[in-house]
Design a protein around this ligand. Structure first.
Ligand SMILES: Nc1ncnc2c1ncn2[C@@H]1O[C@H](COP(=O)(O)OP(=O)(O)OP(=O)(O)O)[C@@H](O)[C@H]1O
Ligand SMILES: [Mg+2]
Length: 1028
């Protein structure tokens, strides 16, 4: 056994290693469109900026799913996804995949492929289209959370942890998305050449004229927060316009799938409209009153209408604030800056809470079925906003880069620190590797009380501090000149030497951005909004990570569609306005209250940086509970061009992320280190029988390693040290062993089933022969009986006629009076009794005739009834006309030939009906064959099972169904009810001494169940076919 053969697929298998060799190797592969390369078990991916044909897809995904080791196929993100999925099952432990790289390096794209691959491999758990839904939510998240930046046209402006939840058997049960650190400041302001979140442009291009009118929207250039300024158009080209419009169409398609009703969508759009109007409010100071005035009051009216608050209240909270001084409620007038900040804070709070709410809705939709018992395992995939270095870097870049710094530390910790520490503890020889540890920089940023973020929080808690006073503080306290760079001039600028290079930050606005100035009166205005969504967003608790706590459920669907009437033009006396009226009221209040000289400054403990730190910590804590895998994304050029490899740029990324050192440690180190007990639990069967009970020890571990023919494995004091490919090799052997066990079990089961089936087949043939004999017997005796009856009848008729004639002759001339009396009736023999006489033979004939008549003499238009069962009772019944019926997920009305589930539409049962509709998909087709048998073909994707197939003796199912274990195979005509078998069963029943009428009735029932039918769950939706 040795390392993988295809040397260039794995940098760790190169004979010589230095920066240049690695760079050349990656460049060489990139030129040939090999964008993926391994460093041991770490994947390096270079953004191709072009679509690579044949690199992805279902078939390839399944091939990677079946590969036993990483080196079996070319490096690929699918291989890592498959490995994470298989590891969950093999190791019964949580996994995570950390995707890192600069902004635009391809993290989000690779994350999507990773999720798709894991979902593809997972077992179907019974939830309709869960896999598809997990993938479908991406465009929704990206519309609200991504934006065009200088570095990436679809840059993630939040961190996203997707957790896929699995059961022990590898069924995908659900998913949870956690959002971290949304860059909400982008809502109100963007850097040069950047844009707002995509959704605003989607609305502008995709709204119908009626929607524009409903949300009072004008052309895009009118809205400050999306207008690029300098007369440039908001939508630069027709291609952009089409792209955004398509994005909006996509939203309209996806939002209902996620569970948004039209009312929900309406209030979401209204809120976005309100943000556009709110941010458009212009304010200025009126020289006479020295009070802030709103210059365009129509925007106040629009925003207030869409937020369902009073315009007077909205303008008041913009102009004035409330504070509490020594128990007194003090109203005071805001300065222009405070008013502008307040307006922006309100817009940011609205947007970020709306985003949180949308993520929560997605989570409700992807929520796992908690009813299901058993252990849960999780694969987490983290896609963070990537490292950023612009010309001007602000508070947002500091947060994003610090988060990346923390994740780099997590990588170092896993790849280097932990590994080296374990060598030492276990007495293993250490490889000589130096890696750049970023512990010191993390301390500089996060340490309490002297780290940069702590100092920022402290500065925000003090009154009369400025961005410059913050810089002065930093310059005084930061004592590591190699990590913290002071500005040479007295300006609010400082530099941090990150793992990815020096970034200069401009501290203008740092304090305000950190304070999150949503005043108490703004908060209570929103809480009291008549719009239930606004009301809910502001009543919900904000967690210490900055996200909303909506765990107790959501008010979705609770609200009515608001009216949003066009605001009336206000009539004022000359020189008067809404601002002036509000100003007068505020001043009046101020006159009535006590005056305090020293209105205290009230610091906000929930600062942006506190949220940021908590959120980051939560993320890292979650990652620590998983076994990690790493993907390093690399950006080949800044111009977003295909086929362009900027060696300097790539080299910088390789250096900053320690790719050379990683390669070295993967080459000479042992990536997998398993305690003896874990090693034995996983691999004991390679050398020992399953039943052997062994105490974990180095001796047994050694035997297993020898059996697996592995050399160069190190055994420490309590652990086995393996190279990553050695663990792949052991896993492959185990898969092989388990595979053989499963095959053996399957063969035995198949053998037993076949034997049982052959027995039934033999019996049914025998029965059929006997029925034939019986039938002949009945025919023969029936004929005899009939002949006897006929002779008897004939005799009786003759006698009766004779009698009658005799009486007529005797009575007629004298008693003609009696001629029309009842006496002229025929004797009783002409109204034969329904009671079957003649013992067994009579009964046979009667039953056989009754049953067979049902099948052969039925009106061709009424040959089958369909019952829709719910809660164990039929709630709908349909007669199927014609010889074929399709059942599919459409709402089609019953038209005599085809029937859709629309016939079930009923508000009380919509949920179950919808469930079935989604489930049925393309449907099933049922055909009645000439001899009365039923055949079915399944066109839909999902499984359909024939109920009661286990009891063929009672249900008269066909051999096809028994062979398929009740399942209708896809696209294949299967006989589900066999007329010949039915007859044979009737024969058997009748031959028995006791005639069981119940059983005879049961013989004619078969049912199709749309989901796995549990006997103990009466709510399982099913469809039953009764043939009668
Ligand atoms: N595998 C790929 N194939 C083709 N194009 C790709 C691939 N990966 C990325 N791209 C292109 O690069 C662009 C940027 O990728 P992506 O948004 O994934 O970067 P990112 O690392 O998530 O950046 P950010 O940190 O800014 O969110 C994509 O919009 C797409 O055009
Ligand atoms: Mg991204």
């Amino acid at each position: 056994m040795g390392p993988p053969k295809k040397s260039t697929d794995d940098l760790a298998s190169l004979p010589d290693l230095d920066d240049t060799i690695l760079l050349e190797e990656l460049h060489h592969r990139y030129r040939r469109d090999f964008i993926y390369t391994y460093i041991g078990d770490i994947l390096v991916s270079i953004n191709p900026y072009k679509t690579l044909q044949g690199l992805y897809g279902e078939e390839l995904g399944h091939r990677y799913g079946k590969a036993k080791t990483l080196s079996e196929l070319l490096p690929h993100v699918y291989a890592l996804g498959s490995r994470a999925y298989h590891n969950v099952q093999r190791q019964q432990g949580n996994q995570c995949v950390l995707v890192s790289g600069e902004s635009g390096a391809g993290k989000t794209e690779i994350t999507k492929m990773l999720v798709a691959q894991i979902a593809r491999l997972s077992q179907w758990s019974g939830d309709y289209f869960l896999q598809e839904r997990i993938i479908e939510v991406n465009p929704l998240l990206e519309a609200f959370g991504n934006a065009c930046t200088v570095m990436n046209n679809n840059s993630s402006r939040f961190g996203k942890l997707i957790e896929l939840i699995f059961s022990e058997d590898g069924s995908l049960l659900g998913a949870t998305i956690t959002e971290h650190m949304l860059e909400k400041s982008r809502v109100v302001r963007q850097g040069q050449g950047e844009k707002n979140f995509h959704i605003f442009y989607n609305l502008m291009c995709g709204f119908t004229p009626e929607e524009r009118q409903r949300y009072f929207l004008d052309k895009p250039e009118k809205y400050r927060i999306i207008d690029p300024g300098h007369g440039a158009p908001v939508i630069a080209s027709e291609i952009d316009y089409d792209g955004y419009r398509e994005g909006m169409d996509n939203m309209r398609r996806i939002m209902p799938i996620v569970g948004f009703t039209s009312q929900d969508m309406d209030v979401v759009f209204a809120l976005l409209g309100a943000i556009l109007h709110l941010c458009n409010i212009e304010m200025a100071v009126e020289p006479e009153s020295e009070q802030v005035m709103v210059m365009n009051e129509e925007e106040i009216d629009f925003a207030a209408t869409l937020l369902s608050v009073q315009a007077e209240d909205l303008i008041t909270v913009l102009m004035a604030n409330i504070n509490w001084v020594r128990g007194e409620r003090i109203v005071y007038i805001k300065s222009l800056n405070q008013a502008v900040d307040g307006r922006d804070a309100m817009a940011k709070a609205l947007y970020s809470r709306l985003f949180s709410w949308i993520v929560q809705q997605i989570n409700f939709m992807l929520h796992e079925d908690e009813q299901r018992e058993g252990e849960r395992y999780v694969i987490g995939i983290l896609d963070m906003a990537g490292f950023e270095h612009f010309q001007v870097n602000s508070f947002e870049q500091l947060c994003i880069n610090s988060a990346n710094e923390r994740l780099q530390h997590y990588f170092n910790e896993h790849i280097f620190s932990l590994e080296l520490r374990e060598y030492q503890a276990e007495g293993i020889k250490q490889p000589k590797i130096k890696f750049s540890n970023n512990d010191e920089l993390l301390n500089l940023l996060f340490q309490k009380p002297m780290g940069l973020f702590s100092l920022l929080e402290e500065e925000c808690l003090l009154a009369r501090t400025t961005d410059m006073s913050f810089i002065d503080k930093l310059n005084k306290q930061m004592s590591k000149p190699d990590l913290y760079k002071k500005s040479k001039h007295r300006d609010p600028v400082f530099g941090i030497v990150h793992y990815a290079g020096l970034v200069t930050y401009t501290a203008v606005g740092f304090l305000d951005k950190n304070r999150e100035n949503l005043s108490t009166n703004m908060q209570s205005l929103m809480e009291n909004s008549k719009n239930n969504l606004v009301n809910e967003l502001f009543s919900a608790k904000v967690l210490n990570t900055g996200t909303l706590d909506l765990r107790n459920g959501s008010g979705k669907n609770k609200w009515q569609r608001p009216a949003f009437n066009q605001p009336q033009k206000r009539q004022y006396a000359p020189g008067d306005s809404l601002s002036r009226q509000a100003g007068r009221k505020i001043r009046q209040k101020m006159k009535e209250q006590k005056s305090f000289q020293d209105i205290p400054f009230t610091p906000n403990p929930n600062s942006a940086s506190a949220h940021f730190k908590n959120s980051l910590q939560l993320l890292v804590d979650r990652l620590k509970t998983c076994e990690p895998q790493f993907i390093r994304c690399i950006k080949p050029n800044h111009q977003k061009l295909p086929n362009s490899f900027d060696t300097r740029l790539v080299s910088e990324q390789l250096k900053s992320t320690g790719v050379l050192e990683t390669t070295k440690i993967r080459k000479s180190g042992y990536a997998v280190r398993l305690p003896f007990d874990v090693f034995m639990k996983r691999y004991q069967y390679i050398a020992y029988p399953m039943t052997a009970s062994l105490e974990p020890s180095s001796r047994y571990c050694n035997v297993i390693i020898k059996c697996a023919k592995l050399s160069d494995v190190q055994i420490g004091l309590s652990k086995v040290f393996l190279k990553y490919w050695q663990s792949d090799h052991l896993n492959a052997i185990m898969d092989d062993i388990i595979g053989r066990v499963v095959r053996a079990q399957a063969n035995i089961r198949a053998c037993l089933d076949r034997r049982r089936f052959l027995y039934h087949l033999r019996m049914s043939k025998q029965d059929a022969d006997e029925v034939q004999v019986l039938s002949n017997y009945i025919d023969h005796h029936g004929d005899q009986f009939f002949q006897t009856m006929m002779t008897q009848d004939h005799h009786d008729v003759s006698r009766a006629t004779r009698d009658r004639l005799g009486r007529e002759v005797l009575q007629s001339p004298m008693n003609g009076y009696y001629g029309n009396q009842g006496d002229s009736r025929l004797p009783d023999v002409f109204s034969p009794s329904p009671i079957i006489q003649g013992g067994t033979v009579g009964f046979y004939k009667h039953i056989l005739q009754q049953v067979l008549d049902r099948y052969h003499d039925l009106d061709p238009d009424v040959w089958c009834k369909m019952f829709y069962m719910e809660y164990d009772r039929p709630v709908a019944k349909f007669y199927i006309c014609d010889k074929e019926v399709y059942i599919d997920g459409s709402y089609e009305e019953f038209d005599g030939k085809r029937i859709g589930l629309g016939a079930f539409k009923n508000p009380q049962r919509d949920e179950v009906t919808d469930k079935i509709r989604t489930y049925i998909g393309k449907g099933i087709r049922i055909i009645k064959e000439a001899d009365g048998s039923l055949s079915a073909t399944r066109y839909g994707k999902n499984d359909i099972i024939v109920k009661g197939y286990q009891y063929p003796a009672s249900h008269c199912l066909s051999a096809d169904v028994i062979v398929n274990q009740g399942r209708l195979p896809f696209d294949q005509n299967v006989k589900i009810f066999d007329m010949e078998e039915l007859k044979s069963h009737i024969g058997i029943s009748m031959r028995g001494e006791a005639y069981d009428r119940e059983r005879l009735l049961m013989l004619s029932i078969c049912g199709l169940s749309f989901i796995e039918d549990k006997e103990d769950d009466p709510s399982t939706p099913m469809l039953a076919w009764y043939i009668n």
